[in-house]
Design a protein around this ligand. Structure first.
Ligand code: GLN
Length: 311
């Protein structure tokens, strides 16, 4: 099925958005209007439809522009996330390049970054030798967390690891675009593998560990939206039976990663604060305590601050 093509000179941007919104709605595409607005704005060189200059909204589109919108919209009809279609997305005010299958940063993760920034600002123990914290990010994906922390903490340095090759390349590219390469070390590493401990240890102990690990319960993977299931790397999402495989791996590595009084900040599923609490009770050897749980903008407990109290 092919939606009929509008003729060159026949539609302006506002009309084209309505045209594609109607098609998306008819085909059951989620966020039909937002999707068509992003696509049309992108083709006209703007970030959002609202920021388009009024003259561009009323001017008829050229056949080249119509064709571009048609091509990008057909990707949306195949349920490709709009972030991949546009090839870039904003996170914490940074424009990051996006490319499948690298995990797309979600808005709630901005809250995790804000929490880390608040804690760094008020906690003297998070200040590293060179005046800023040394931070490890596990599972850096596009580099969203690492790069936004670096850009807002000018004294900090980050080690960003990920097991996915595409993620490592994308973090590298984003760091370069944002001119943050001099304070980040980007390393392909799977923390679940034997030998990763030695590798991590070779960089010295860090002040903070931050992660938005894969935490979806394996049996919930089937229910994910087609946008996620068909395009994003399952390795960035599937956390095993209870969604805890990577979370527990990070916690178990804490003695080899974290300075005494160092902190771990994690984004988790709302069921995890309790599960992580019980897991830690059985591992007193790790000297880790949940010191705070934060809720996301929907009121769900989604972020953990865990501190190491020393041996
Ligand atoms: N919040 C993400 C989602 O629902 C999952 C993120 C993750 O596993 N780290 O798609």
């Amino acid at each position: 099925w092919q939606p009929h093509l509008p003729l060159a000179g026949s539609l302006n941007a506002t009309e084209l958005v309505s045209h594609w919104t109607a098609i998306f709605e008819k085909r059951g595409i989620p966020e039909a209007q937002a999707s068509s607005e992003y696509i049309v704005a992108h083709v006209l060189g703007a970030k959002t439809f609202q920021s388009l200059r009024p003259v561009l909204c009323t001017q008829p589109l050229t056949s080249r522009q119509l064709q571009c919108v048609q091509e990008l919209s057909s990707l949306r009809l195949q349920r490709m996330p709009v972030q991949y279609i546009l090839g870039e997305w904003d996170f914490q005010g940074l424009c990051l390049k996006m490319a499948p299958p690298v995990f797309i940063p979600r808005p709630e993760t901005e809250e995790l970054v804000e929490w880390v920034l608040e804690e760094v600002a008020r906690s003297p123990c998070a200040v590293g030798a060179q005046g800023g914290p040394l931070i490890l990010e596990v599972g850096c994906g596009s580099g969203a967390i690492a790069l936004s922390l670096l850009s807002q903490l000018p004294q900090s340095r980050v080690i960003a690891v990920d097991k996915g090759e595409a993620a490592i390349c994308l973090t590298q590219e984003n760091a370069q675009r944002l001119q943050l390469l001099d304070r980040i070390r980007i390393v392909p590493l799977d923390v679940t593998l034997e030998g990763s401990r030695a590798h991590l240890l070779s960089w010295g102990l860090v002040d903070l560990v931050v992660s938005n690990p894969p935490y979806i319960f394996h049996q919930d993977m089937e229910q994910l939206a087609p946008e996620i299931r068909s395009y994003e790397d399952p390795l960035a999402l599937d956390g095993g039976v209870e969604g805890m495989d990577i979370i527990t791996q990070i916690l178990a590595l804490a003695p080899w990663l974290l300075k005494d009084s160092g902190s771990i900040f994690l984004e988790v599923d709302p069921r995890h604060p309790e599960l992580v609490g019980s897991w830690l009770q059985n591992r007193p050897d790790l000297s880790l305590d949940i010191v705070a749980v934060r809720r996301d903008f929907c009121g769900r407990p989604r972020f953990l601050h865990i501190r190491r109290s020393g041996p």
